[in-house]
Design a protein around this ligand. Sequence first.
Ligand code: NI
Length: 161
Amino acid sequence: MAIRTIRVMGDDILNKTSKPVKEMTDKVRTLINDMLDTMYDAQGVGLAAPQVGILKRIVVIDVSENADNPIILINPEIVKTEGEQTDNEGCLSVPGKAGTVTRPEYVEVKALDENMEPISLCGNGLLARAFAHEIDHLDGKLYVDLVEGELHDVANDEEDE
Ligand code: NI
């Protein structure tokens, strides 16, 4: 178990485009496990590799109530969206802040799993929001550029993505 340092807004790496993962290696496996540890430790519902300083297209998400249902996405792509949802959003790289962001209500993604096997996943609501938010990280995009109105301060116990 290893918790990695989460990069915060202002760190250039968060604005860079991540590179696809070509093969599963021990190093990538360790990175994924560390990303999960780091996400759970920070009580987030999602984390992208550039947030721990690695420019690889890897995302971990867990929107389950008990934080016991991790989703691992390698080289994810959004293949379909439907509808709209407007809600509060936060990010572990923008600690203590949140803002209103409109995202698709429904998102379908294709990706590779941790065995480099193709997978398709879909989600509504918070999961759809997490897919969109985390995949944006892989293209160097932060939610703060999508916020309607102003960022506001949040209490420490609110969920961050
Ligand atoms: Ni984020």
